[in-house]
Design a protein around this ligand. Structure first.
Ligand SMILES: CC(C)(COP(=O)(O)OP(=O)(O)OC[C@H]1O[C@@H](n2cnc3c(N)ncnc32)[C@H](O)[C@@H]1OP(=O)(O)O)[C@@H](O)C(=O)NCCC(=O)NCCS
Length: 279
């Protein structure tokens, strides 16, 4: 297949070659899916990095909605037959790509925190959020938090490092609708979801994303972080606020829309926790 040849020859990945065309993407996936329904040759398999082979037929693939507010934006995914909730590959440009390849780039310009703009980048965000965090790198046994698929309107940045997407953060804009049906808008910019892949944790990346958020909204006298804040993220906030005393009065843990009755000072909470530990 054409795309497979290109992939093999030049280390090209979907995010580098996808057109910004969710509709065309969905139509191509639907057309391919229809051919699966007609019965596929026995040789049609996808090899997992573990060496295991997954047969490509209608029972092993399904459509996923990339954005929670845009049901038309769908991608076709292949699931692990032993665990049908785990996505192992995505169909794009005429072939299947492992989820790790979907997260890769061969574009050296993709490095550091970059705004999500194209549909290809939205797919990367979806895979990081729903597949990697939601399924593979979350503690499924305890009640660890997870995030819903993001809204198309949500501002997001992906963190690129050494040719792969390793984290993201998203923000709610001041004035943006809370989506609770009341028509209320956020009264301050809010750091809403954040994730760093396990293999890249404790290298200062969470801290870098929080710093980037605070710098992006420099002119605002109050900034929110969505409640509930995870224990690890509290530690990130603590380290940040110890190093940046000027930000202590600005950061609030907020429930939407973030009005006075819906916010608690993060620095105050950290101080209280510290005091209770000393007691
Ligand atoms: C929270 C999260 C984004 C932090 O990312 P990270 O890149 O590991 O954070 P950093 O490396 O920047 O951490 C900065 C400091 O915070 C503290 N810290 C971070 N994670 C910690 C943890 N699990 N336990 C204790 N302290 C922690 C440390 O002081 C660390 O500095 P150090 O490594 O020099 O000691 C990451 O753990 C994650 O993705 N968790 C799952 C999703 C999540 O909880 N999101 C937050 C929702 S509110």
């Amino acid at each position: 297949m054409e795309a497979e040849a290109a992939r093999g020859a030049a280390g090209i990945y979907p995010v580098d070659i996808l057109e910004d065309d969710p509709e065309g993407f969905r139509e191509a996936a639907l057309a391919y899916y229809a051919t699966l329904g007609e019965g596929t040759p026995a040789s049609s398999v996808f090899s997992l990095p573990t060496g295991e082979q997954v047969k490509l037929d209608a029972s092993s693939v399904c459509f996923c909605t990339v954005h929670r507010d845009e049901p038309q934006h769908k991608i076709l995914v292949l699931v692990n037959p032993q665990d049908t909730k785990t996505v192992v590959a995505v169909y794009a440009k005429g072939c299947w790509w492992s989820t790790e390849d979907v997260l890769r780039t061969s574009d050296p310009a993709r490095e550091g925190l970059m705004k999500v703009q194209s549909f290809g980048e939205r797919i990367v965000l979806f895979i990081l959020n729903v597949v990697i965090f939601g399924r593979l790198e979350r503690n499924l046994d305890d009640d660890d938090m997870f995030f819903l698929p993001h809204s198309l309107k949500e501002q997001a940045k992906i963190l690129w490092k050494n040719g792969a997407a390793v984290g993201f953060y998203t923000t709610k804009a001041k004035g943006g609708l809370c989506g609770d049906g009341t028509g209320a808008g956020y009264v301050l910019p809010v750091f809403d979801t954040v994730f760093v892949r396990r293999k890249c944790r404790r290298q200062g990346l969470g801290l870098a994303m929080l710093r980037d958020f605070c710098e992006t909204f420099q002119g605002h006298e109050a900034l929110g972080i969505s409640c509930p804040i995870s224990p690890a993220m509290y530690q990130v906030c603590r380290k940040f606020l110890v190093a940046h005393p000027e930000e202590r009065g600005r950061l609030w843990e907020v429930e939407p829309p973030g009005a006075w009755g819906q916010r608690v000072s993060i620095w105050l909470k950290i101080q209280l926790q510290h005091a209770s530990l000393l007691d």
